[in-house]
Ligand binder design. Structure first.
Ligand code: GLU
Length: 455
């Protein structure tokens, strides 16, 4: 069966005016403008169907964060030199539950990026069907090359301000780029020390010895592959025996590669910000994990240890022919030109493990080209969904087995896929997961915001 894909409907006049106002109110924030535009483009028919959403100005309200916190993060390096970074937490929407979303530590972080990620997070979290609102935070701190003690001092300073804004019923941060189990440990330690409370539910992505959920670490990558599997099943295909290309080599990429291989896929390439490794015999995941997570080295070091692998410094991963493409690195890493190359090379499906890695032009080309395209807010929702499962376990002082938690994750991803598919069909864009995800996520938030009154 081959579904008929349709491009996103053109933004309607009223929504165009709302978006122009978002741009006017938030100057110099291109990533945030793009993220709001992407969602608003899907909402014309929803507003036509639900005039109460327009009356209550739900769209205007959803584009305005409930609260934005910007703070100074001073810290000392191992040589005693003082550094000052900027910390952010944007508490975007709490209609469905406590603000929930990761912290990103990367030199590129600014308010626009945090707001774009926070805005995406609202709808992603809504799609999971779990009781979590949307938020995001981070810092322009660059963890690259920093020692363990420097990372700890930075995390302690960051939490010394953040602690007053977070809490298990208020705002529950987790990891994102540059923030993993180690950083969550230092952040949690400082929160516990300042508040004198062992409040496990204040952060997710914790170590499994001290309140963390099994599968949380694997969840974003695994979930992206579960979503991909669902999309493939809908067109009578599967991962088995397919050539796969996964960009990135961080937490999401590593676990996506692992799950693709478990399902019989051949993962022939991955990357980092310096270059691409092409390994036609298939990535050795144990070796890659050792190089990246234990040695904290680069994919070029992995390539040196694999006689058949080729390292392409500064190379473009999307020029490597594949059936399945999983952008798992960062925003805007897959352009219109890359999409055209992938389509010409026979790519049949794309699942976004990162947040908005495909540019607007790239998405349009995939939709028009009949490629099954899973947008990040649906395809990578497994990470935050498993964070919500971690919160459940913390609230009940329980811990679930790996098998049970993975089965819950797989069920949640199948439900998200079904919801997107049915919603896209209902709103006249069959097979268009972008429209399906935007509308389904928005409707759940809008209904809750309407029910809670003008707050
Ligand atoms: N940073 C992840 C995301 O983009 C996870 C957030 C969380 O677990 O709260 O969804």
């Amino acid at each position: 069966m081959s579904p008929s894909y349709q491009a996103a409907p053109v933004i309607d006049e009223k929504l165009e005016a709302i978006h122009a106002e978002v741009v006017r109110l938030n100057p110099g924030e291109p990533e945030f403008h793009e993220a709001t535009r992407d969602v608003l483009e899907s909402l014309g028919l929803v507003i036509a169907k639900h005039p109460e959403f327009a009356r209550n100005k739900i769209i205007q309200r959803v584009c305005e964060p409930e609260r934005q916190i910007i703070f100074r993060v001073p810290w000392q390096d191992d040589q005693g030199e003082v550094h000052i970074n900027r910390g952010y937490r944007v508490e975007f929407n709490s209609a469905l539950g406590p603000y929930k979303g990761g912290l990103r530590f990367h030199r590129s972080v600014n308010l626009s990026i945090v707001k774009f990620l926070g805005f995406e997070q609202i709808f992603k979290n809504a799609l999971t069907g779990l009781p979590i609102g949307g938020g995001k935070g981070g810092s322009n701190f660059d963890p690259k090359g920093r020692s363990d003690t420097e990372i700890m001092r930075f995390c302690q300073s960051f939490m010394t301000e953040l602690y007053r804004h977070v809490g298990e019923y208020t705002d529950v941060p987790a990891g994102d780029t540059g923030v993993g189990r180690r950083e969550i440990g230092y952040l949690f330690g400082q929160y516990k020390r300042i508040t004198n409370r062992y409040e496990s539910g204040v952060l997710t992505g914790k170590g499994t010895d001290w309140g963390g959920a099994l599968v949380r670490e694997e969840a974003t990558g695994y979930g992206t592959v579960f979503f991909l599997t669902e999309m493939l099943q809908a067109i009578g295909d599967s991962v088995d025996d397919r050539d796969c290309v996964v960009s990135g080599s961080g937490n999401v990429a590593l676990h996506a590669i692992d799950k693709l291989q478990q399902l019989g896929g051949r993962v022939i390439a991955c990357s980092d910000s310096d270059g691409v490794v092409h390994d036609p015999k298939g990535i050795d995941i144990a070796l890659l994990r050792h190089v990246k997570e234990v040695e904290r080295l680069r994919v070029s070091d992995y390539a040196q240890l694999r006689p058949d692998a080729r390292y392409l410094p500064g190379g473009n991963i999307w020029s490597i022919p594949c059936h399945l493409a999983l952008p798992c690195a960062t925003q805007n890493e897959l352009s219109g030109r890359d999409a055209a190359v992938l389509i010409a090379n026979g790519c049949i499906a794309v699942a976004e493990g990162a947040n908005k890695p495909t540019t607007f032009e790239g998405v349009q080309l995939f939709l028009e080209g009949g490629v099954a395209f899973g947008p990040g807010k649906a395809a990578n929702a497994g990470g935050v969904a498993t964070s919500a499962l971690e919160m459940q376990q913390n609230a009940s002082r329980d811990s679930w087995s790996f098998e049970y938690t993975e089965a819950r994750l797989a069920g949640i991803m199948a439900d998200i896929h079904q919801t997107c598919l049915e919603t896209a069909e209902e709103f006249g864009a069959p097979g268009n997961y972008v429209v399906g995800a935007n509308i389904a996520g928005f409707q759940r938030v809008a209904r809750a915001m309407t029910a809670l009154g003008l707050i």
